[in-house]
Every structure is written in structure tokens, then in C-alpha cells.
Ligand binder design. Structure first.
Ligand SMILES: *[C@@H]1O[C@H](CO)[C@@H](O)[C@H](O)[C@H]1NC(C)=O
Ligand SMILES: *[C@@H]1O[C@H](CO)[C@@H](O)[C@H](O)[C@H]1NC(C)=O
Length: 451
């Protein structure tokens, strides 16, 4: 039996959600989430040299993310409410409230909250102004004309999120390498961060893509460098985290998935300063051929293996790789939760729709159940030696049925009438708030060092 590596991007992006259960009337949704588990860890010596200066670690061992912080129980019911004048003052005022916010944040579950309408909300960057946006996420360019979905701010129940300050974030990231690894939802988040940081620069020519790329969708690896900060914000495509593969059978070549092998990457990223992983949407029955003759370990291809069992094996492969290849004194590992989809009347490939949705969900009864993929993830992370900060965005995204590209997912019109995109998010849009939460966690870490 001969094996071949499967080329990057051999498969469609619209490949998810078949595992979701229909909800009573409206919305098919899956929520997501995050968490951190900090287990004591033996020290570990790092391997290869890094192209970036070995700056002070961003996250010292005494970093303040405690278990109780990340594992705190969800609080009261959240519904949409209007932002109060007091809240707005709080959000807009400067340094004093920033340090207050940092104090609050350290003891708060920032993923448990509500979307508040804020007429004064401004996106972190302007529509169509950012060259790093993939057309598929550029809803404005593709004809979306209602922008109310940008008028909501995420408000955790127990604290305020400090205002995103791109220059401050770049200063924290000076000399650092940030790598997003995962599927197209993580690419959505990567582009949001790149655009948010870019907007804060006066001279926008001080950013370049290492290979001179101007298209930010089809390649397996992108790296945006911010010259003046010696900082890079990168994306590595790896939708399953483990390796897509091919085997030769009597009947011809077959695609398989190597559950025992982390996906090879053109970019060696295990020594980055921050790595943000995700996976989830591709673990559906359609994409994995119902687990029939698809999952492989070593030379063994399983006749049939449950998708959930395969995901557990894959995540264990990932966890072992992180524990052995990532220097936990230097590198901070994040995992983005499962971003919710909202197809109604079908699935992504059977006429499911979300166009015309102009407001978030307000009634929690219409939110989905916590996805099984994330339960498995939580249990795998809890056994790791490396602390993993879980960006638990499932529920916060589940409210936002109004934020998807739907029919505004390309400007050629080919897909307009057949396939809507109710999985990814318009940019500017919902992933910007994930990056605001990422920024908040970096602020906490930095406050405790030397920022
Ligand atoms: C993540 O959020 C969900 C609610 O969406 C919650 O049920 C789950 O316990 C959270 N996970 C962690 C580890 O905090
Ligand atoms: C921030 O740093 C100050 C001074 O080191 C410390 O007193 C404070 O507790 C820190 N705040 C948080 C939230 O860690």
C-alpha cells in the first residue's frame, strides 16, 4: 500500500454542520466556548531556534489565568439589553477604567455575557478598507446593505472588556510570532485580527505578506509581518489538525485521515509565541464519509469508526504533539471553540438559509446545545501538561444569526441562489469580538509582567 500526502485545499469549505440536530422552529445552531486548564508542568527544553528575538516570555509561569477564572459557572440568563449611559462612559473612558477593567477581568468569565446594542459602536476597521479580507467574508463588497449587525458589543456579565487598542496590542506583540492553525473559521479570526491591527497603523505600507500574496483564501500558509514591531500574524490551514492522506487500494486511490499524525506544515510553528488552534466543523458525517473506510492509524484503515471516537483520537494526537513539541515556558497555547452556524430550512448543502436575519437571537431557548466536539476537546485538554487557554465562543456566537454572509458570500453571484454561507462571519463583524477577548487576556498577562 503506497501513501501520498493529500494536497492542501483539496476539499470544499462548505462542509460542515451535518452533525447538528434540527431545532424546533428556527435556527440550527451549535454553540462554542473556551476554557483554560493550567496544570503543573515539568520544565521542558525547547528545540529549534526561532527567527524572532527571544524576548521576555509573554506568559510567565505565574500568569494569572486561574482554573477558577476559566471554569467559572455560567451565570444568570442573558438577553439583549441596551447599553446604559454609565456603561458607555465606562467603555469609553481611558486609563483609569482600563486598569479597573483589568482588575475585573481577572476574576470574570469573559465568555459568559450578552450582546448589548450600542448605537455608537464603530467597527475596528472600515468595510472594504482592508486588503487582507477574503472576498467570501467581505459582505459589504458583495452587496450587503444592512449594517445593524455591527451595532452590538459583547458584554460579559461580571466585567467590562477594555476597548481594543491596536497599537497597544502591537506593542505587547513586539518581536513575537502569532500563529492561527485550523479551519476557515480560524482564518476568519486571523483576518479580523490582521485588519484590526492594520487599522491602528498610520503607515499601512509597513505590513507585508512574506510571499507577496494578495489573495488570502486558497493557500495553506500566510504570514503578515508588521515591520515596525518585528511581529508576524500567521495562518496555517489545518482543518482537522491531523493529516489528510491517501492510500492506494485495488479500487484506486482513497482519501483517508491519519488520526495518529499531526498535519505537516510548511511553517514550523511549534516555537511561535502564541498559537491559536481550532477544529470542529469538518468533523461531520459528510466530510468523513460516515467514518467508513476513512480513518487511518498507521497502516490500518478502519472499516468503520465513529466520528466522535476519531475526533478523540485526533485530539489526543494533537495534545501529545503540543505537550512534546511546544515549550510551555515560552509559548502560550489557545484553542478557539466551536463557532455557531445558523442554517434554517436545511443544511449548508440542502438549501439552508440565514438571509434576512437582522437581529441577534434574544431568547436563550433558541440557542443550541453545547457541541459534542467541544465536550471531547474539554476532556482532552484537561489531561494535557501544557496549559491551554480555551476561547469559549460557542454561546456568544450562537446568539448572532445576523452576522453571517448568507447570500453576500461572493460577488460573482454564482452561489447566490444555491448555497448560503451561514457558518462564516462577515468582516468586520463577530470575529472582531473574539479578538477583543484575546486582547483582554493578553492585557491581563501583560499587567502581571512589565507592560
Ligand atoms: C463553555 O461555555 C459553555 C456555554 O456555552 C459551557 O456550557 C461550558 O461549560 C463552557 N466551558 C468551559 C470550560 O468553561
Ligand atoms: C496588575 O499589576 C499590579 C501591579 O503589579 C497588581 O497589583 C495587580 O494585582 C495586577 N492586576 C491583575 C488583574 O492581575
Amino acid at each position: 500500500m503506497a501513501c501520498f500526502k493529500k494536497p492542501w485545499f483539496a476539499s470544499s469549505e462548505f462542509s460542515r454542520n451535518l452533525q447538528q440536530r434540527p431545532r424546533t422552529h428556527h435556527i440550527l445552531t451549535v454553540p462554542f466556548f473556551l476554557l483554560s486548564l493550567f496544570l503543573l508542568s515539568a520544565s521542558y527544553t525547547s528545540n529549534s531556534p526561532t527567527p524572532y528575538p527571544a524576548a521576555t516570555p509573554l506568559f510567565p509561569p505565574s500568569s494569572p489565568f486561574s482554573n477558577s477564572h476559566m471554569l467559572s459557572k455560567p451565570r444568570s440568563r442573558s438577553t439583549l439589553s441596551s447599553v446604559t449611559a454609565a456603561e458607555r462612559t465606562h467603555a469609553n473612558s481611558t486609563t483609569n477604567s482600563d486598569s479597573q477593567a483589568i482588575r475585573d477581568l481577572a476574576s470574570c468569565d469573559i465568555f459568559d455575557g450578552t450582546w448589548v446594542r450600542d448605537e455608537h459602536a464603530e467597527p475596528l476597521y472600515q468595510h472594504a478598507s482592508c486588503p487582507y479580507l477574503d472576498d467570501a467574508f467581505n459582505c459589504f463588497k458583495n452587496g450587503r446593505s444592512d449594517f445593524d449587525y455591527l451595532k452590538y458589543r459583547w458584554k460579559p456579565h461580571g466585567c467590562h472588556i477594555p476597548r481594543f487598542d491596536g497599537l497597544k496590542m502591537l506593542r505587547m506583540l513586539r518581536g513575537k510570532r502569532v500563529v492561527f492553525v485550523g479551519d476557515s473559521l480560524n482564518r476568519n479570526m486571523w483576518q479580523s485580527l490582521a485588519c484590526s491591527l492594520r487599522a491602528s497603523l498610520k503607515d499601512k505600507t509597513r505590513i507585508y505578506e512574506v510571499s507577496g500574496r494578495r489573495e488570502f483564501r486558497t493557500q495553506g500558509f500566510f504570514s503578515l509581518n508588521f515591520r515596525d514591531y518585528a511581529c508576524s500574524i500567521e495562518f496555517v490551514k489545518s482543518p482537522f489538525l491531523v493529516q489528510e492522506w491517501k492510500v492506494l487500494r485495488n479500487t484506486g486511490q482513497r482519501e483517508t485521515l491519519r488520526l495518529d499524525m499531526i498535519q505537516a506544515s510548511k511553517s514550523q510553528y511549534n516555537n511561535a509565541d502564541i498559537i491559536i488552534f481550532n477544529t470542529g466543523h469538518w468533523w461531520n458525517h459528510y466530510k468523513t464519509r460516515n467514518g467508513i473506510n476513512y480513518f487511518q492509524e498507521g497502516n490500518h484503515v478502519y472499516d468503520r469508526l465513529q466520528v466522535s471516537e476519531a475526533l478523540r483520537k485526533a485530539l489526543k494526537t494533537w495534545a501529545a504533539w503540543v505537550d512534546s513539541r511546544v515549550d510551555r515556558r515560552r509559548t502560550r497555547v489557545f484553542f478557539t471553540g466551536f463557532s455557531a452556524s445558523h442554517y434554517k430550512g436545511g443544511q449548508w448543502n440542502s438549501g439552508g438559509k440565514c438571509d434576512g436575519e437582522k437581529e441577534p437571537i434574544t431568547n436563550e431557548r433558541y440557542l443550541g446545545e453545547y457541541p459534542w466536539t467541544m465536550r471531547i476537546l474539554e476532556s482532552v485538554i484537561s489531561e494535557m501538561k501544557t496549559p491551554v487557554f480555551y476561547l469559549n465562543i460557542t454561546k456568544m456566537t450562537d446568539y448572532r444569526k445576523d452576522g453571517h454572509p448568507s447570500v453576500n458570500n461572493n460577488n460573482k453571484g454564482r452561489l447566490r441562489t444555491t448555497v448560503q454561507d451561514c457558518s462564516h462571519w462577515c468582516l468586520p463583524g463577530i470575529p472582531d469580538s473574539w479578538n477583543e477577548l484575546l486582547y483582554a487576556t493578553l492585557l491581563i498577562a501583560h499587567n502581571n509582567t512589565h507592560f
